[in-house]
Design a protein around this ligand. Structure first.
Ligand code: NMX
Ligand code: MLT
Length: 437
């Protein structure tokens, strides 16, 4: 059996001539024009990134290596006794485009186990931070603290940089990061919220199961962790966390610098922090009702009050999607198929918001997409299982998002993508171009 690294190398060798040919022979082919609206409005829709790891269709939603979410869950090897796949097998899929066998999956499981010990100095960094630091600030600091271990940075400093082989160092660093992010997240969780008591890893467990174990969760939650990490992994390249990671990596910064930066972007309320905001919004709303079941009218009023105060409805809208996010649907189905969750009051409220908010947003008339995104549904599942510290939810997102970001920057190195450096213009230049100067 070929190792994951050997298989990846074969794929890279097969792929490289395609990129070389496009660059050499087709560089002048146009992919679109850029408007003033796009230059000012966050580069929305400008086609200037390349990835083969996932693709986001506005109407269909995400495909990982060509597969929809249900296809992905169905295809990958499952953890024995579980309905959900190994996160490690999904990593194999993202990197190679191949669905791994159980044997190939277990190779990654073993590899990550060997790399998963969190160094003591990372614990020291976390403990030195004020305990009320946001868990995302802690998570980002822990990641960048490990930069000293980067194989890529060490080889670069030793003058061993080679454009054709440097992906191997990125691959090394990415695997080490992937193996440690779960245990680091668990450490932050227990330090901040569980009286600073910690749980030793169980050498028998896979990555998702281990995370559940190390935060002190039930067996049932192990599947929640696996599902959550896979669903949040990747959303093509243009979202803030993936794009930031790619941008920073394009300067030949290593995986630690790059992903720490990506995490800082994920921490914004318009991006990953929206899952925290959704729970804050729903909890505040429920508190105001004093435990009463809301009426649709009451809910409408609360949504309008949020909009009228100039805030966004968290968990709704999207820069690319124009329908309900299939990651929302997948988690909603999980709720509907889990006996206690189906009738759980918070799930009922989330489901009611789904009935009401799209109409309110449509009437409001601003959002191009009135439908829910991934963040509208993820928090209720965590809350149900007792992970009620919603400040922590974006760390869960960040553990999962690493799969996509790190697979992408490994391929960035393999294909020799250039340093990112778009051109800026002045406002006067825009006015001149528009003929209003
Ligand atoms: N509630 C209120 N207004 C909204 C919403 C919303 N949920 N979504 C978009 N708008 C507004 C938006 O603020 C903008 O207003 P203005 O012209 O005054 O600046 C207008 O509608 C047009 O925005 P769009 O082009 O529809 O959306 P854009 O691509 O700029 O932004 C989001 C996309 C996701 C940032 C935006 O929909 C939003 O703020 N949603 C709420 C926050 C959220 O759920 N973020 C999580 C996204 C998923 N993730 O995990 O990263
Ligand atoms: C994501 O998963 O990154 C979000 O849905 C935001 C995006 O795709 O822009």
């Amino acid at each position: 059996m070929s190792t994951l690294k050997e298989t990846l190398f074969k794929k890279i060798q097969e792929h490289r001539p395609r990129t070389t040919k496009l660059v050499k022979e087709c560089s002048d082919v146009k992919l679109g024009d850029v408007t003033i609206g796009q230059a000012i409005g966050g580069a929305r829709g400008i086609k200037c990134l390349v990835t083969d790891i996932s693709y986001l269709d506005p109407m269909e939603g995400i495909r990982f290596r060509g597969m929809t979410i249900p296809e992905t869950f169905a295809a990958l090897p499952k953890v024995p006794g579980s309905d959900y796949p190994y996160v490690e097998g999904f990593w194999y899929l993202l990197l190679t485009g191949d669905v791994p066998t159980m044997e190939q999956t277990l190779e990654v499981v073993e590899d990550w186990k060997q790399r998963s010990a969190v160094p003591e100095y990372v614990i020291d960094v976390l403990r030195a931070m004020p305990r009320d630091s946001h868990p995302m600030a802690m998570f980002s600091a822990a990641i960048v603290a490990m930069q000293r271990e980067s194989v890529f940075a060490q080889n670069y400093a030793a003058g061993k940089f080679n454009k054709m082989t440097c992906w191997e160092d990125m691959y090394e660093d990415s695997n080490t990061l992937m193996a440690r992010l779960g245990p680091i997240g668990a450490y932050i969780y227990r330090m901040k919220y569980k009286g600073d008591t910690h749980i030793a890893p169980d050498p028998e467990l896979d990555m998702g199961g281990q995370f559940a174990h190390m935060i002190g969760q039930t067996d049932e939650y192990k599947d929640v962790a696996r599902m959550y990490f896979i669903l949040h992994s990747d959303h093509e390249s243009g979202n803030v966390s993936a794009h930031t990671t790619h941008l920073v990596a394009s300067a030949l910064s290593d995986a630690y610098y790059s992903y720490s930066a990506g995490i800082n972007g994920l921490a914004g309320p318009l991006h990953g922090l929206a899952n925290e905001e959704v729970l804050r919004w729903t909890q505040n709303f429920m508190a105001k009702l004093g435990g009463e079941v809301p009426t649709e009218e009451g809910l409408k009023e609360a949504l309008w009050a949020t909009l009228n105060s100039g805030q966004v409805i968290p968990g709704y809208g999207h820069a690319v999607l124009r329908k309900t996010d299939p990651r929302y649907t997948s988690q909603r189905e999980f709720c509907l198929n889990t006996p206690g969750l189906k009738d759980y009051p918070l799930f009922k409220l989330v489901a009611m918001i789904y009935d009401v908010a799209p109409g309110v947003l449509t009437e409001h008339g601003k959002a191009k997409n009135p439908w829910p995104n991934v963040d509208a549904q993820s928090g209720v599942i965590q809350w149900y299982y007792g992970v009620t510290e919603y400040e922590f939810y974006t760390v869960l997102f960040g553990i999962g998002r690493a799969l996509g970001c790190l697979a992408n920057i490994t391929w960035d190195r393999a294909l020799g993508y250039g340093i990112e450096r778009p051109k800026s213009l002045t406002t006067a230049m825009l006015e001149e171009a528009a003929g209003i100067a």
